[in-house]
Design a binder for this molecule. Structure first.
Ligand SMILES: [Zn+2]
Length: 593
């Protein structure tokens, strides 16, 4: 059973937890000494499973005995009894999956119970997620984030992290479009230290986004040195993953833009200057012009590792990126001519209400101006290339259903025109309330690169997913063109990249989602199937495992995850979601609670 004590002063709680820990160790010792286990005091025995322990080693057959939320025996338990038995013959028993790039925090701190169950994620076998993705904490400070998590419970374990963007915004406010001063960096270091003291395992960053994209490497190294004092780690959505960062278009970019390889080099530079473990998160070679860069990345990472630097990447198993469907038309072409574009594509002004109310007329005006038309065409070409190219960008929702499911190139061929003209046509004739008139999604990542990354022993499997598919709960529902990863990332890593493509062995894939991320984070009792470790366990029917979610049908549950156990409690039981909320907050140098 999990006992949750919350809202206490952390120091006091630490002391109480230490006593509790000693007490429970004594209890376990006593129960073994008196042979209670032999009399059937296990809460659960998983029998005859093929154990994949998270180290990458091949499976072996064994039973696993669980008591009080912990794995207490991995051995033959034939003559032992338990309150409950699972016959796992023919199934693979693995550590619960750990996700280092998760957007589940918003759901797990929601006012509503259903999102907190995180069904789209637990159904993939997930038991633990990392906070602070892309450098942002949903709630700040961490004490408040912990309170929100604990107030109503949460479906997965949650690892505390400090978000770089969170503390940068905290210190600089709205005046962040510049380098931080020495004094501001000192204040960020103070906030980071506070978070690490409370129990964060390190810092997440989102350098391609505001406010972090205005920081420099020196700022990150200064903060990395604080992380080093706590033996923590650094994980980043890096400064760019493509030829040009998300914030730029050919019409706005000036000079040489940091590219994906330089962004990786920055991550490595942080490891070199601080000695900490670093992770390039949801790492990818993004955009058609970057296809194939994985071989270069791998050489660079191998060299860094040879140098003694602790460099890792995490990768999600898809050829499409970004959370939702998106327009292929530059927004500036849809707004009044007095709107300045110098702030980039991520300027907050693009979200101002009413900005696009006259978009069709504005586009007609710009498109009929021959000079502007060439600039629009060039920007469309870049956006489409960045999303994989005209033969890899698919219309997922449009009033004329004949276009749905087709690529821009197919539509252009049908109409004997160019794909740029198709993009403009849809903006002028599609949904009036949708920017660009259509929902489109591109396959802007190449499977060759995904495969290449997955073969490396420093590559972690991640999802970049959020809780999705919750009916009647705004912000947690499925949307047209939503990313299939919300329902299928971890199952796809196994179904496609192990079963279909034979990219790696199953134990190697399981290690990339369990033992490896646990070791990079520095978890002490999760990520492996080991006596004394937390009972976070996923049981897989390998013959039937399959991700079902697709771009056109993004909210279909996966198959083949038979049981998911978190701290000894089931979130998936015989393939059915239980809706339990057995997650705990995991803090460094603290007891879980
Ligand atoms: Zn990101």
């Amino acid at each position: 059973m999990i006992t949750k004590t919350i809202n206490a002063v952390p120091i006091l709680k630490l002391a109480v937890n230490n006593y509790r820990r000693i007490f429970s160790i004594i209890l376990i010792w006593i129960s073994f000494s008196f042979g209670l286990a032999a009399q059937g005091s296990y809460d659960l025995i998983i029998r005859n499973g093929r154990i994949i322990d998270g180290t990458g080693n091949p499976w072996f057959q064994s039973d696993i005995g669980i008591m009080n939320g912990k794995i207490v025996a991995i051995k033959n338990l034939k003559n032992q009894k338990a309150k409950r038995d699972i016959d796992a013959r023919g199934l693979y028993v693995t550590p619960g999956f750990i996700d280092l790039h998760s957007h589940a925090d918003r759901a797990m701190t929601s006012d509503f119970i259903e999102p907190r169950m995180a069904k789209s994620l637990t159904s993939q076998g997930l038991t633990t997620v990392l906070g602070g993705a892309d450098g942002r904490n949903t709630i700040w400070p961490l004490t408040k984030e912990m309170e929100a998590l604990n107030s109503k419970g949460h479906g997965m374990n949650f690892i505390l992290m400090v978000g770089h963007s969170t503390i940068r915004r905290e210190v600089m406010g709205d005046d962040y479009e510049r380098l931080a001063t020495q004094d501001e960096i000192e204040r960020m270091k103070g906030l980071l230290k506070e978070g690490l003291e409370i129990g964060a395992f390190g810092m997440g960053a989102g350098l391609e986004y505001r406010p972090a994209r205005f920081s420099n490497t020196e700022e990150l190294i200064a903060l990395g040195k604080v992380i080093s004092d706590y033996n923590g780690f650094y994980i980043a959505h890096q400064r760019n993953e493509a030829i040009m960062p998300l914030s730029q278009l050919p019409s706005t970019a000036k000079g040489w833009q940091v590219d994906g390889l330089q962004a990786l080099e920055e991550t490595i530079q942080i490891a070199r200057a601080t000695g900490i473990r670093v992770v390039g998160s949801h790492h990818k070679s993004r955009g058609r012009s970057a296809f194939g860069r994985s071989s270069h990345d791998i050489q660079v990472i191998n060299n860094a590792r040879d140098e003694g630097l602790q460099v890792f990447i995490d990768v999600y198993p898809y050829e499409t990126f970004g959370g939702g469907a998106r327009p292929m038309i530059p927004k500036w072409s849809l707004v009044d001519k007095n709107i300045s574009i110098v702030g980039g594509r991520d300027d907050p002004k693009w979200r101002e209400e009413g900005l696009f109310k006259n978009s069709r007329n504005n586009l007609k005006r710009n498109w009929s101006d021959s000079e502007k038309r060439e600039i629009i065409k060039r920007d469309i070409s870049w956006i489409v290339d960045h999303n994989g190219g005209q033969d890899r960008v698919v219309v997922v929702d449009y009033p004329d259903e004949a276009l749905v499911g087709k690529t821009l190139q197919q539509i252009a061929n049908d109409r004997n025109t160019t794909y740029q003209e198709v993009v403009v046509y849809m903006a002028l004739n599609g949904y009036e309330e949708v920017i660009g008139g259509a929902w489109t999604r591109g396959y802007g990542i190449n499977d060759m690169d995904v495969t290449n990354y997955y073969k490396q022993n420093y590559t972690i499997t991640s999802s970049d997913a959020a809780v999705s598919g919750v009916k009647d709960r705004e912000g947690f529902q499925s949307a047209p063109g939503a990313h299939p990863r919300h329902f299928g990332a971890f199952t796809r890593r196994i179904a496609r990249y192990v079963k279909d493509l034979n990219t790696t062995t199953l134990p190697f894939a399981i290690r990339s989602m369990t033992g490896l991320p646990a070791s990079v984070v520095g978890l002490k009792d999760r990520g492996y199937l080991k006596e004394g470790f937390a009972a976070d366990i996923t049981i897989i029917d390998f013959n039937n495992i399959r991700d079902n979610a697709t771009v056109l049908n993004p909210d279909l549950y996966s198959k083949g995850i038979e049981y998911v156990i978190i701290n000894g409690n089931f979130t998936v039981d015989r393939g059915e979601l239980t809706g339990n909320l057995p997650g705990v907050i995991i803090r460094s140098n603290h007891e879980n609670f």
